[in-house]
Design a protein around this ligand. Structure first.
Ligand SMILES: Nc1ncnc2c1ncn2[C@@H]1O[C@H](COP(=O)(O)OP(=O)(O)OP(=O)(O)O)[C@@H](O)[C@H]1O
Ligand SMILES: [Mg+2]
Length: 260
């Protein structure tokens, strides 16, 4: 397992088609070296789960994939195209990457339906009627279509997070990034969001998920990447990672997280 970037990986779904590629990515925040020689390739249809201790760089790595954070050096490609620094091209590439964060980031002053139609109308130039049809499809896919006319504050956390997923899906992204999408939820709402994610994985969506939900990781991941101190220390199947972790850091991490 280890050496995430070298040997061909037997778990890949479509090894000929990397959708997201990070190559020798380096990133500092001032004097803090947060991403150290990150090499990662996520294939079409692959579900990658990223785990690791707090501060290891998981969120930063996710955010570099759609350039919410710039990088110091290295290359990031989405579907073979290098991420541009700025401008219209960046906006187009960004639209291909859906992102769902830990905290609900719906627009508080817009209805659920408006939250989902906004980007398809603005970025994809869809008509309002088409965007609304699409939005209702996406909302029903995540089971919250009956809430379409409500405001975000009228929904539970789990429902809001499902709307955030629907909103991302409405842009027909090539890849979905999830950064701890369930960690701000009350425990009884975690599963309804994880179930939507498992469904997406089964449908073949390419996904990068940062999560502490180890049940989900075992069930849905094709591959687990373990980060510590800004580096990828291990990369392997769930079975390899959970049952045969190689590094002391990963073993320590697992012993803490699995006994909680
Ligand atoms: N905008 C920023 N400016 C300065 N330092 C930052 C910034 N964002 C993150 N950091 C630092 O970079 C390091 C990596 O942070 P990051 O949020 O990527 O970690 P993480 O693995 O996602 O952690 P957690 O599990 O707590 O979410 C941390 O030391 C963090 O304090
Ligand atoms: Mg984080």
């Amino acid at each position: 397992m280890i050496s995430p970037s070298s040997s061909p990986d037997s778990t890949v779904k479509d090894p000929g088609h990397p959708l997201v590629e990070l190559s020798h990515v380096e990133k500092h925040f001032g004097s803090l070296h947060v991403l150290k020689d990150i090499n990662l390739s996520v294939n079409k249809g692959e579900v990658l789960v990223v785990v690791g201790p707090s501060g290891s760089g998981k969120s930063t790595m996710c955010r570099t994939v759609n350039r919410l954070e710039g990088i110091d050096s290295g290359v990031i490609r989405i579907d073979g195209k290098e991420l541009p620094q700025e401008g219209k091209e960046l906006a187009m590439l960004r639209a291909e990457v859906g992102m769902v964060f830990q905290s609900f980031n719906l627009f508080a002053n817009k209805t659920i339906l408006e939250n989902v139609t906004l980007a398809p109308m603005r970025v994809r130039h869809m008509s309002k009627a088409d965007a609304e049809d699409l939005a209702m499809d996406m909302l029903s896919r995540v089971g919250v279509d009956s809430q379409a006319s409500k405001m975000p504050s009228q929904l539970s956390g789990g429902q809001q997070q499902r709307v955030a997923i629907a909103r991302a899906l409405a842009m027909k992204p090539k890849v979905m990034l999830f950064d701890e999408p369930t960690s701000a939820l009350d425990p009884e709402m975690v599963n309804e969001v994880l179930d939507v994610m498992v469904g997406l994985a089964k449908e073949g969506m390419t996904m990068i998920c940062v999560t502490h939900e180890m049940g989900f990781a075992r069930k849905a991941a094709d591959r687990i990447v373990f980060m510590a101190d800004g580096r990828i220390l291990e990369s392997g199947t769930p079975e390899e990672f959970f049952d045969h972790a190689q590094t002391k850091r990963a073993k320590d991490f697992l012993s803490k997280i699995l006994t909680r």
